[in-house]
Design a protein around this ligand. Structure first.
Ligand code: ADP
Ligand code: ADP
Ligand code: SF4
Length: 602
């Protein structure tokens, strides 16, 4: 085969007892008597003896691709690799399995970012840098020793780091991607978890700065996702390590908390430690990282980690879909940001007008005041503001699930709601779950509008309980948009989605509002997602857990100004791709924009 191709067989999907080997029956080399697609046989290292393997020497490559078409279970991928990659991968898990090219370079005193989709080998790379696996340089039959790996990276900045890994000199602290799983592995309260990690004696300070003091005595399994995220971050940063790996900092955190998290990571880098961060909130990655590696490829087939780029160039190239140094297109289209002209609502477009109202919870600990406003048809209303400020309370008032103080609010709106924390306890396949929600399931309209942009194709046959956080999020968004309702409310749809998935989901949500002349409200803390999605903004401010205030819905410019003035953060636009970037506090631009009252759209 073309030397630069790989064949990947997904062993969870390959079920020869149900397909009668359609792949090998039609494989052209097999038909001429060659052993291209064969059974693995009894002495296979991985996979069942009846499952197939593909000889990458004999296979004709992507231009043939007959087996890919014939396999009824989508188990096979044949991929022509970019020629620039060179010969062997850094690591390959085995015959016809995932291949990783390149490694990120952790640097003392620096925050290094990785920007790319899920399933592209980031965790594999970290396992190598943590010394948990020795990269096999593609030779999984006779894995090389560390010295060969170190030679392979000779002359690069990675070499001294890898020597440290070989000699067991690198201590690693790691924050997992899915914090929701922490209660499964830890029994006890927050204080006990933090104290068990407190090698640097800094837990009290971290708890204060991350505002986790109120939950120090709470059992870990009672914490919300946002609380767990901050506790997990504190526990990781409290360790005394050389190399810290943080797989997503921001899910479930509001902007203020995101900025605090970024600051804490930076401070530890300033203490001469190496920080490596995977982050899909681009405003935060931009703020946080000194340099970024772009990761690209074909999720679950192969992944390439580029050499480091300046953070600005890395993010810009990623958004443009073209890597300058590598001369490589990684996506057919560019992700663009544009300023929205605030729409003017005409009366005919109004879905509902709601009066000014307030809501105090029984014990008076929290109260919310809402200014009167209207929600239009055919619009996405972005909702922004800190956690614990009354956003969900507002939604419950609209839905009639709560009554405002002193009266009945008879809006009678049917609201389809996606909660912030998507919990799943149903043992059901994704396709069965979604078809139980809508009769449109499987129609070409539903496929184009919902399933395709949310990339559900490959997970339809999986069980809900087996899905990763990002997969669960996409199924939950699809389920909510598939319901019949007057108003759709999505709470943090960006959580655990990678950048491209965020963009695709934002597009699907917008298109849904337009095609159905319906109204969608989206609560989110990722400023890029809010920017891509919203026609207008509803801004919440006040004091979390004490008092909240909701503005009347505002145009994007006024809304962003009000929201960001509360946070004291200004954004400028990157002159190249138009994406918003946080200004350095006190910089020329920051001061000028604050004077002008233009916090976002300059
Ligand atoms: P990411 O961290 O970018 O989401 P991972 O490094 O976890 O990606 O995984 C990349 C690919 O490698 C996935 O398709 C995964 O299925 C595959 N993979 C991970 N671990 C193994 C393993 N032990 N054996 C075979 N394949 C694996
Ligand atoms: P947000 O959606 O902005 O995070 P919420 O509307 O969920 O905020 O909550 C606002 C405040 O009201 C929080 O302090 C929360 O603890 C409190 N709260 C929410 N629901 C109740 C309730 N049923 N009884 C008492 N307090 C509540
Ligand atoms: Fe055989 Fe599939 Fe390769 Fe074609 S692409 S030669 S069918 S293994």
């Amino acid at each position: 085969m073309a030397e630069d191709s790989i064949a990947v067989v997904d062993l969870d999907r390959c079920q020869p007892d149900r397909c009668n080997y359609e792949c090998s029956n039609f494989c052209p080399p097999n038909r001429t008597g060659k052993e291209c697609i064969t059974q693995r046989g009894a002495d296979a290292d991985v996979g069942g003896p009846d499952q197939i393997q593909i000889s990458e020497e004999i296979c004709l490559g992507e231009t043939c691709g007959i087996c890919v078409e014939k396999c009824p279970f989508d188990a096979i991928e044949i991929i022509n690799l970019p020629q620039e990659l060179g010969d062997e991968p850094t690591h390959r898990y085995g015959e016809n399995s995932f291949a990783l090219y390149g490694l990120p370079i952790p640097e003392k005193g620096k925050v290094t970012g990785i920007l790319g989709p899920n399933g592209i080998g980031k965790s594999t790379a970290i396992k190598a840098l943590a010394g948990e696996i020795t990269p096999n340089l593609g030779n999984f039959d006779e894995p090389p020793e560390w010295d060969a790996v170190i030679d392979e990276f000779g002359g690069t900045e990675l070499q001294p780091f890898l020597k440290g890994v070989r000699d067991g000199e690198i201590d690693v602290a790691r924050k997992p991607q899915y914090v929701d799983q922490i209660p499964d592995s830890f029994d006890g309260n927050t204080r006990a978890l933090l104290e068990s990690a407190d090698e640097r004696g800094v837990v009290d300070e971290l708890a204060e700065r991350l505002s986790i003091e109120p939950v120090l005595d709470s059992d870990i399994d009672t914490l919300s996702g946002g609380e767990l995220q901050r506790v997990a971050l504190a526990a990781t940063l409290a360790r005394d390590a050389d190399f810290y790996f943080l797989d997503e900092l921001t899910p479930y955190l509001d902007i203020d908390q995101r900025v605090t998290a970024a600051r804490l990571v930076r401070e530890l880098a300033d203490d001469d430690r190496a920080m490596l961060v995977v982050e899909h909130d681009l405003a935060v990655l931009d703020l946080l990282a000194d340099s970024v590696h772009v990761a690209y490829g074909e999720p679950s087939a192969y992944g390439v980690i580029t050499s480091p780029k300046s953070t600005r160039n890395g993010i810009n190239e990623y958004l443009k879909g073209y890597l300058d140094n590598e001369n490589m297109r990684i996506r057919p289209e560019t992700i663009e940001f544009e300023e929205h002209a605030p729409r003017v609502a005409s009366r005919s477009e109004t879905l509902v007008e709601y009066p000014a109202m307030s809501k105090t919870y029984g014990d008076g600990a929290f109260s919310l005041d809402v200014e009167a406003g209207e929600i239009n048809r055919n619009e996405v209303l972005g909702i922004v503001g800190p956690n614990g400020i009354g956003k969900s309370t507002f939604a419950k008032l609209l839905a009639g699930r709560l009554e405002p103080d002193g009266g009945d609010l008879d809006l009678d709106l049917d609201i389809a709601y996606k909660p912030q924390y998507v919990e799943v306890d149903q043992h059901m396949r994704v396709d069965a779950f979604l078809s139980s929600i809508t009769d449109d399931f499987g129609s070409s309209y539903w496929e184009t509008e919902i399933a395709d942009p949310l990339q559900l194709g490959r997970i339809m046959e999986q069980n809900l309980t087996d899905l990763s956080g990002g997969e669960r999020q996409r199924v939950a968004i699809a389920a909510t948009l598939s319901r019949d309702a007057d108003l759709y409310l999505l709470d943090e749809p960006s959580a655990h989605l990678d950048v491209e998935q965020r963009v695709l989901a934002a597009r699907a949500i917008r298109r849904y509002a337009e095609n159905h002349e319906t109204s969608v409200m989206v609560i989110d803390h990722d400023i890029y997602t809010i920017d891509l999605l919203s026609d207008r903004l509803l801004v919440f401010d006040g004091e979390p857990a004490a008092h909240g205030h909701a503005s009347t819905p505002l145009g994007m410019r006024d809304g962003m100004n009000e929201f960001l003035a509360n946070l004291d953060i200004t954004f400028r636009r990157d002159e190249n791709v138009g994406r918003p970037r946080i200004n350095k506090p006190g910089s020329q631009k920051d001061k000028q924009q604050k004077r002008d009252g233009e916090y976002y759209y300059t």
